[in-house]
Design a protein around this ligand. Structure first.
Ligand code: IFG
Length: 511
């Protein structure tokens, strides 16, 4: 055997050891803004204490969240204590400090031999930093039972903050209904990648999923089935508030969508008076789109919408309400414009900011409205930009998670093309559409439509591993974006997905 090979074989273990110790070699997704390594190593031990340096009430919850995250796999107690100084040995410090340059979600993570200091301008920054800390530890940290692993973190400084303020994932709970528990699992999974928006598609032709006390049949009848004829379901307002609270504790804002005037068969099946012939529609369990419309010329329609938006706004602390507006193929264009213009006023009346699929650009939308780009042809989104409206980038050709990975994929559709893991990652929202530049973009969102998605395993199969790439496109600076470099990081996440029991797609593009 050649001398050089022999030398390499002997040096390899040492090299691997150094690699483990080099913070810049850590496999982090989304990629942080700046990493400066040192020679230190911070070890978690059964003596490690979590110290809180802030009098914000939320800081205690964050300490508890971190302690509960680290305890199961290590078996260490991770006591949480208040402190006023930063020099009490082997400790993790959560510190809120006025650092305007870090904004709402930025953080510094400083790792030395006996101290790990997480510092942020706002509590959300502490939460985002904790997601980075999870990935700096061996994948075994995600285990719910005690694991043998080196609980060590390479020393240095991570300075990080997001590119976009809106980094979302959407779940269509209308085509197929998903339990509160499934939605909470979805929230946990997207939170681990620093997503900060959960858009819930709560109504469509096949199902109405949110209790409206003034129109009870919407769930009694409209929530009673789903695609394929299953029993459907719905969230009581109490359950919806529970989901909102769970998301809020992870610094994720819930955005409810009531799709209108199209995609409304479930509502039309619930109330005869919403129909032109005063006859309730039949419940629909197929997957066609564009065949339904509310009566845009009848006052009862706007009373209905006012009641729905009033009740949903009252249980939605986030500033956005999504009114859909897509595929209204059964609504006359002029009627559609009148309708959207009136709905816009209703949303404003309840002090919320309106989001709509970019189809709404046909109407006289105001500058504070947000349009969600989704179609293969970007005309609507560009029209919205020309009206001074900001854009959520959700091009179906890249970020629709119900698109099949390839022609063999057992789930999903492919009307917008096949989206393998490389195609999902290898684009830049800021340059993807001529005429939509970075300052027009509030952020991006990955929708999962569920015509073909039946349970949590199906959700996880379509969402992972593509979601981690979308999270990077929304959080990280993409100046040096490279599929090959990202792929090498993603490849190491298989172990983490397995330990988190995520039913991810083992893409041949990665593994
Ligand atoms: N388009 C429809 C969705 C869903 C989707 C499936 C939008 C905005 C096709 N509207 O995407 O309801 O059916 O890929």
């Amino acid at each position: 055997m050649k001398r050089t090979t022999l030398i390499l074989i002997f040096l390899l273990p040492a090299f691997l050891l150094i690699a483990q110790k080099d913070l810049t070699k850590a496999n982090l997704i989304p990629k942080p803004l700046k990493i400066t390594p040192t020679e230190d190593v911070f070890k978690l031990t059964n003596k490690t204490v979590i110290y809180l340096k802030s009098d914000l009430p939320e800081i205690k919850k964050l300490g508890k969240y971190l302690s509960e995250l680290l305890k199961p796999a290590t078996g260490f107690p991770f006591k949480v204590k208040k402190t006023t100084n930063l020099d009490t040995g082997n400790a993790i410090y959560l510190v809120i400090r006025d650092k305007a340059e870090l904004g709402a979600e930025g953080y510094h993570l400083k790792i030395s031999k006996d101290k790990l200091i997480i510092c942020a301008n706002k509590p959300a920054g502490i939460f985002r930093a904790i997601q980075t800390l999870r990935q700096l530890l061996p994948a075994e940290i995600e285990s719910k039972k005690i694991e043998k692993a080196k609980w060590e973190i390479p020393g240095g400084m991570i300075e990080d903050k997001p590119e976009y303020e809106y980094r979302g994932a959407m779940l269509d709970v209308s085509r197929h209904f998903f339990s509160v528990e499934d939605v909470k699992r979805y929230i946990d999974l997207i939170a681990a990648y620093k997503m900060n928006i959960l858009h819930l598609h709560l109504s469509d032709d096949q199902g109405w999923r949110i209790e409206i006390k003034s129109w009870p049949n919407l769930t009694k009848i409209g929530g009673s089935t789903q695609v394929g004829g299953g029993k459907g379901g719905f969230y009581t307002q109490k359950q919806y508030k529970d989901i909102v609270q769970y998301a809020q504790e992870r610094y994720i804002t819930v955005i409810p969508e009531i799709d209108m005037p199209g995609h409304t068969n479930a509502a039309l099946a619930s109330y005869p008076e919403l129909n032109p012939d005063n006859k309730a529609k039949k419940l629909y369990t197929g997957t066609k789109v564009g065949f339904s419309t509310l009566m845009t010329d009848k006052e009862i329609t706007y009373q209905f919408i006012d009641d729905v938006i009033r009740e949903i706004a009252a249980i939605t602390p986030g500033k956005y309400i999504h009114i859909g507006g897509d595929e209204s193929h059964s609504t006359e264009k002029d009627d559609y414009i009148v309708f959207i213009n009136r709905v816009q006023k209703i949303v404003k009346k309840y002090n919320k900011t309106m989001i709509g699929w970019a189809d709404i650009a046909a109407a006289d939308i105001e500058k504070d409205v947000i349009a969600q780009f989704w179609q293969q042809i970007p005309d609507n989104a560009i029209k919205a930009v020309n009206k001074g409206v900001r854009i959520i980038m959700s091009p179906a050709t890249r970020i629709y998670m119900d698109m099949q990975y390839d022609s063999l994929c057992p789930l999903g559709l492919h009307w917008a093309g096949y989206v393998e893991v490389d195609k999902a990652y290898d684009w830049n929202p800021a340059t993807y559409v001529q005429g939509i530049s970075k300052e027009n973009i509030i952020g991006l969102e990955a929708p999962l439509w569920t015509e073909t998605i039946l349970d949590m395993d199906d959700i996880e199969y379509m969402v992972f591993p593509r979601l981690s790439g979308y999270a990077e496109l929304g959080w990280s600076n993409l100046d040096n974006q490279s599929w090959e470099e990202y792929r090498a990081r993603l490849k190491t996440f298989a172990k983490r997905f397995k330990i988190m029991e995520i039913n991810y797609y083992k893409s041949p593009k990665v593994w």
